[in-house]
Write a protein that binds this ligand. Sequence first.
Ligand code: S3P
Length: 167
Amino acid sequence: MKIILTGFMYSGKSSVAKQLENKINLKRIEMDNLVLQKSGRKTITDIFENDGEETFRKLEKLVAQNLKGQTNVVISTGGGVGVNEELLNTLKIEGTIIYLHVTFEKILQRMGKHTSRPLMKNRMHAEKLYNTRLPLYREYADIIVKTDNHTIEEVSDLIINELRDDL
Ligand code: S3P
C-alpha cells in the first residue's frame, strides 16, 4: 500500500498522514522534512529566501526520486508536488493519489494571522496560485476528499473507507 496525499497548503496533508500512520500502520514520509534535510537549511522559508524557489523545486525532485521504491507508506507531499506530473508519476508507482480539497476561504481561516509558508505571505499571489492549481490537483487524483467540513479524524476515516478493499 502506498498513499500519496496531495493538496494546497493547509489542506491537512501532514495531520491526515499522522492519522493514517497510526490507524493503518503505514510509515509516514514528510517530503518537506526530507527537502529540509537535503538543503542544510533550518526552515523552508530559509531555502526560499537564500537559495530561491527553483532550488527548492530541484530538491523536491531529488527527494521524489529517492522515494521511488517505497511501499507501505503514506507520503505527505508539499503543495507544489501535487501539480507536478513528473514528480507524481515518480511517486505514484503502485500508489494511490488522494487529493485533499479545501476552499481558499477555509485555508485563510486555518492559517490565521501568521504563516510560515513563503508562498502564503502575499494573499493575492496565493489565491492566484490556488486557482491555477485547483484543476491540476483534481486531474491527477485517484480519490478526492472534500475537507472543509470534516475533522482530520473524519477525513482519515473517509480515506480508510475508500481503500478498505485494498487494506
Ligand atoms: C509549497 C507548500 C509547502 C512547502 C513549500 C511550497 C507549495 O508545503 O512545500 O512552502 O508550493 O504549495 P505544505 O503544502 O505542506 O504547506
